[in-house]
Design a protein around this ligand. Structure first.
Ligand code: ADP
Ligand code: MG
Length: 370
């Protein structure tokens, strides 16, 4: 099995005065240099001069949504259709452009984000694969405060109304979350409606439960089940794609957490810390215990982190002077993430019912020959 490192791509949110010369980007070498001068009145850490150098797989500076799709979305989509799992994570502080990257805005077509573009391209590719029968299913999960919410639960009728969401230990079903609803989407329009439904449910519950959306993780997952129309149909290829809009990575100070419940305050800073602990454990080759189970997020994404998956992380940065420390923290996280390696494998399974049918046919033919 070939292992593959997580690919980390930095995306900048366009600003007129890009960090005032403190931050320099070289797209030719995919590197970022940060120089914090000594004794500025801006109150940087210890008021000391500091220099930072970072290098990534790719830096997309002031890039269009189309460019993000071409660089991050298209290769993952291609391997998804070939039968490999994929995950794209958007990481960064609140305001850095995670939601813009994943979902985009609706006022103009050019602002469509990765999810609608991936959906659109998926159905184009499916239409071209005439020799394959491909079923598309979709789930949309939100994790807030270590609680899981099924954003598509409203579409279940009473009989299929699901029970409590629970993470399972074994990768037996398509999803690692038991009772999460999976909706079939036969067309691009149906899939987009599911995205819209999920977004609507997310904002309804935000009001009802007084949630702050920048603190929740949203995982939009597309599951493919592909069978050949020409060869034997007992061979089934399963693959899935997670498109993840993570909670804001900023460390919240006490003043920011006043007015929230104690329970919430406890988790705000923790949830991404657990992700970081998993990443650190994975980048240390000597560690055999990976603490996936410490949090819902890392447990749900355990395939994507050091497992069977092609994973890309988009590190969104907001290059203005007052956020330079958050930018450094995002770039340090991205550097760690590049050390994580995965082993994507083709997910072929044999459908037992189809196998039985095949054997029945063969027995019948043999009897006929006798
Ligand atoms: P986050 O989800 O990380 O909190 P958002 O995606 O909501 O951040 O972005 C904050 C604001 O900046 C939004 O108004 C968004 O439209 C805008 N924005 C972010 N990135 C870009 C970009 N690359 N191009 C244009 N506008 C952007
Ligand atoms: Mg957001």
């Amino acid at each position: 099995m070939k292992s593959k490192h997580v690919k980390v791509i930095v995306r900048t949110r366009p600003t007129s005065d890009f960090a005032n010369g403190i931050l320099q980007i070289s797209q030719e070498t995919n590197s970022i240099h940060i120089h914090i001068p000594k004794n500025t009145e801006s109150g940087f850490i210890n008021n000391q001069q500091e220099d930072w150098d970072f290098k990534f797989n790719q830096i997309l500076h002031n890039a269009s949504q189309e460019c993000i799709f071409d660089e991050c979305g298209a290769p993952i989509l291609k391997s998804l259709i070939d039968g490999y799992n994929g995950t794209i994570l958007a990481y960064g502080q609140t305001g850095a452009g995670k939601t813009y990257t994943m979902t985009g805005t609706t006022e103009n077509y050019v602002h469509r984000g990765l999810i609608p573009r991936m959906i659109s391209q998926l159905y184009k590719e499916i239409a071209n694969k005439t020799q394959m029968a491909i079923t598309v299913r979709i789930s949309y999960l939100e994790i807030y405060n270590e609680q899981m919410f099924d954003l598509l639960a409203s579409l279940n009728d009473d009989e299929t109304n699901t029970g409590v969401l629970k993470i399972v230990d074994e990768n037996i079903g398509p999803s690692l979350v038991k009772n999460l609803s999976l909706q079939i989407a036969n067309t691009e329009e149906e899939a987009l409606n599911l995205l819209f439904e999920g977004e609507t449910n997310r904002s309804i519950s935000e009001h009802q439960l007084n949630k702050n959306s920048s603190r929740s993780h949203c995982i939009f997952t597309i599951y493919l089940e592909s069978r050949s129309r020409v060869e034997s149909s007992e061979k089934v290829i399963y693959s899935k794609l997670n498109l993840v809009d993570l909670a804001g990575s900023e460390r919240l100070s006490k003043t920011h957490t006043s007015g929230v419940s104690l329970q919430e305050a406890k988790y705000i800073n923790k949830s991404l810390t657990f992700l970081e602990q998993v990443i650190i454990a994975l980048s240390d080759k000597k560690r055999d215990h990976i603490p996936y189970r410490q949090s819902k997020l890392t447990n749900v994404l355990r395939d994507a982190l050091g497992g069977n998956c092609n994973t890309i992380m988009i590190a969104n940065i907001w290059g203005v002077k007052e956020h330079i420390e958050e930018t450094i923290s995002t770039l340090r996280f991205g550097t760690r993430m590049m050390c994580v390696s995965n082993t994507p494998v083709l997910n072929v399974q044999y459908d037992p019912m189809a196998l039985i049918k095949k054997y029945e046919r063969e027995i019948k033919e043999l009897k006929h020959e006798l």
